[in-house]
Design a protein around this ligand. Structure first.
Ligand code: NAD
Ligand code: AHE
Ligand code: ZN
Length: 375
């Protein structure tokens, strides 16, 4: 069922560092193996702001950003059998083809099928489905949810329970799943002591995962004192503000002391490379594992004394919480529907597409967890 070109509104990033501009765009019909989605809602994630700032080595312009969306399948190209017209869907920036070396390895959620073209801002055939003022506009993260209609690869979309309200469930397209998955998919996490650095959407979702896995101590670390209440509400057993420690006492020393030698698992959800180092170094000697989730600025590098690794600490990282989107996201949506995963609480701000730039401002305010844009 191939359709016609649709003209609709989208927020276009013409160049780095400038506000988005709302324009009429032409969205071509899906080609073979592609799906056109009517986007109803999208969250704004820090990664969108990161790419817009010009700091993303993969950033290219003009582009339609956005990767935390929810919508309906409008039409499908040939050879699409995993979703059908009318399905409620979440676009996946971490695709899942089930056929590539990565997918078949059983060791990772990263998929090789569309990642290289995705990184260049085009569809798998090397072209764009978006046009504005006669110019091709690039795709972003294989999703481009800041458009009322978008086209994605069939590997980059999953149908979810129709009862899930998409104005909330869109957040499962990135922030919530990233945090929740990164904790719940960690082997041996049950009954352990955990520290979470950075209590935003991602950090709070890690904390929720720790609650559901019955971790013993869940220590939330944030330099913003307003985050204490949030962290405790979601299940943190303790909150530490590194700025409040006694003169001369660093966060690593403090956490190591209060946990009798360090944490079993730590998570960086700040994107700050100094914090990533702290999160590694407060891991317990012999077995502690630090999972890096935050996205650091272009050119930033992590460092530590190799002795930290020699003495049995592990530095690792994950994307999209290690979650295989097509296989596992529907189950996470069901956790939401059952009430074991909180999602509604994350929506602290809402904006219309016309005001999407205000949503970027909201995000930078210390009292925002997520702003959802009604498309
Ligand atoms: P957020 O800005 O809402 O939360 C970050 C928190 O870190 C804030 O509460 C801030 O006060 C705190 N913080 C900043 N500096 C700190 C410090 N020195 N010590 C302790 N806390 C500090 O962001 P978010 O939406 O939760 O995202 C967190 C990070 O994860 C971002 O870098 C984002 O780009 C990244 N991210 C990665 C993935 C992935 O798949 N790997 C997915 C989504 C987001
Ligand atoms: N493009 C950047 C890296 C950005 C990045 O790390 N993205 C995360 C998702 S952040 C979601 O908010 C990710 O999924 N990474 C794995 C991947 O395959 O992109 C750069 O440095 O080039
Ligand atoms: Zn994101």
């Amino acid at each position: 069922t191939e359709g016609k070109t649709i003209t609709c509104k989208a927020a276009i990033a013409w160049e780095a560092g400038k506000p988005l501009s709302i324009e009429e765009v032409e969205v071509a019909p899906p080609k073979e193996g592609e799906v056109r989605i009517k986007v109803l809602y999208t969250g704004i994630c820090h990664t969108d702001a990161y790419t817009l700032s010009g700091n993303d080595p993969e950033g290219a312009f003009p582009v339609i950003l956005g990767h935390e969306g929810g919508g309906l399948v409008e039409s499908v190209g040939k050879g699409v059998d995993n979703v059908k017209v009318g399905d409620h869907v979440v676009p996946l920036y971490t695709a899942e083809c089930r056929e590539c070396k990565f997918c078949k390895s059983g060791k990772t959620n990263l998929c090789g099928a569309v990642r290289s073209t995705q990184g260049k801002g085009v569809m798998p055939d090397g072209t764009s489905r978006f046009k504005c003022k006669g110019k091709d506009i690039l795709h972003f993260m294989g999703t481009s949810t800041f458009s009322q209609y978008t086209v994605v690869s069939k590997f980059s979309v999953v149908a979810v329970n129709e009862k899930a309200p998409l104005e909330k469930a869109c957040l499962l397209g990135c922030g919530i799943t990233t945090g929740y998955g990164s904790l719940t998919k960690t082997p041996g996490i049950e009954d352990s002591n955990v520290a979470v650095f950075g209590i935003g959407c991602v950090g709070l979702s890690i904390i929720q995962g720790a609650r559901s896995k019955k971790c013993k101590r869940v220590i939330a670390v944030d330099t913003n004192p307003k985050k204490e209440e949030w962290a405790k509400k979601f299940g943190a057993t303790e909150f530490v503000n590194p700025k409040d420690l006694p003169e001369g006492k660093g966060i690593v020393e403090y956490l190591t002391e209060i946990t009798d030698g360090g944490l079993d698992f730590t998570f960086d959800a700040t994107g700050n490379v100094d914090v990533m180092r702290q999160a590694l170094e407060c891991c317990h000697k012999g077995w502690g594992v630090c999972n890096v989730i935050g996205v650091a600025p272009a050119g930033a590098e992590i460092s530590t004394r190799p002795f930290q690794l020699v003495t049995g600490r592990t530095w690792k990282g994950s994307a999209f919480g290690g979650v295989k989107g097509r296989t596992e996201l529907p189950g996470i949506v069901d956790d939401y529907m059952k009430g074991t995963l909180w999602v509604d609480e994350f929506v602290t701000h809402q904006q219309s597409l016309e005001n999407i730039n205000k949503g970027f401002e909201d995000m930078k305010a210390g009292d925002c967890i997520r702003c959802v844009v009604n498309m």
